[in-house]
Design a binder for this molecule. Structure first.
Ligand SMILES: [Zn+2]
Length: 74
């Protein structure tokens, strides 16, 4: 019965989240948490661009990326 009080995964909406995840703002099941973490790290990796020949820096602002590469119209 205690299971009924657990929130449903906000990613797959198929299963209830683990009890220790229930207080997260967007609780997800373990599988989805893993998927999301991988996607997030992949996204961050794609945001890393070398600036002025220095080490690749994480850029959080997408508009800044466009400035760095004006030919790209994405
Ligand atoms: Zn899920």
């Amino acid at each position: 019965m205690e299971n009924l009080y657990l929130p449903i995964c906000t990613h797959c909406y198929a299963v209830r989240v683990e009890p220790h995840r229930r207080h997260h703002s967007r609780p997800t099941c373990m599988d989805c948490a893993e998927t999301l973490a991988k996607a997030e790290s992949k996204r961050k990796a794609s945001m890393c661009q070398p600036i002025n020949k220095s080490a690749p820096t994480y850029i959080s602002d997408p508009s800044l990326l466009k400035q760095l590469n004006p030919k790209r119209t994405a």
